[in-house]
Design a protein around this ligand. Sequence first.
Ligand SMILES: Nc1nc2c(ncn2[C@@H]2O[C@H](COP(=O)(O)OP(=O)(O)O)[C@@H](O)[C@H]2O)c(=O)[nH]1
Ligand SMILES: [Mg+2]
Ligand SMILES: [Zn+2]
Length: 286
Amino acid sequence: MDNAGTAVVAAAYGRRMLLELPDGRLVQGFPQQRGIRTVCGDRVDIATTGGGIVVTRIHPRRGVLWRHDERRGRRPVAANLDTMAIVAAPEPPVAPEQIDRYLAIAELLELRPLLVANKCDIGPVATDEFLALGYEVHAVSAHTGAGLERLAGALRGRQAILSGLSGVGKSALVTALIPDYEARSSALSAASGEGRHTTTAARLYPLPHGGHLIDSPGVRDIRLWPMPPSELARGFREFRPWLGRCRFRDCRHDREPDCALRAAVARGDVSDRRYRSFLALAGRLA
Ligand SMILES: Nc1nc2c(ncn2[C@@H]2O[C@H](COP(=O)(O)OP(=O)(O)O)[C@@H](O)[C@H]2O)c(=O)[nH]1
Ligand SMILES: [Mg+2]
Ligand SMILES: [Zn+2]
């Protein structure tokens, strides 16, 4: 074995995987042993053998996005993420409560959220309240290219996954942001063997100025996982100054006496809409 080095997993389909080498080339790789199960975004050690490139070790993962499935438990969608670009559009319309949910996922996984209001050529997305909360908002159009340069600047050097409802333009944005998208995409499709993983596996693309963009059909199923309300509350960034100040340590922030969060809502320090959105989510996850 020689030529040891590192690579990034661009796509993993069962035991098959496509690796991005430090020079940007895509090559097929195989796990050296059974226990090595990679996911898109993994950093791996590789070695060249007579039979091709083998993955000898997966580096410790940070920033893992999980898909939670009641029957099958949780499975990783992608690893080593630091950013979640939450895409919304005037069509199909996105309720603010859906944006709250994506924001909470990003906050709880400690991914930096970017709100991308796509299709600005056909209309705006109501993002003022999120701007007021300190979130970064990008109004863009994958079709006209408006705002894409600024968005590309914000994504530079980041490991970002796109999330958002179906039809908001995630794929159109990947196509617009990745210059050699077509070539990369067909290489990734060929490597998949067009098996059953083809439509669900996450794919990683290099951003032109460093970093990666990950496109995953799996984000459709991204839901919040079961957790107590006290934990969910941390996913609402403006609630944080009041957390830990309620009478009860495990306050559900609902009808408990001396709830510091409800008091903040009553004073107008926290928006009633966001608070109600939190309660609705907490009710579903409890
Ligand atoms: N007008 C307009 N249409 C867009 C834009 N971006 C995407 N679309 C259209 O929205 C539809 C869904 O886009 P797609 O990228 O498949 O959405 P995805 O499901 O989030 O990946 C397609 O018909 C696109 O042509 C945009 O910036 N402006
Ligand atoms: Mg798509
Ligand atoms: Zn409380």
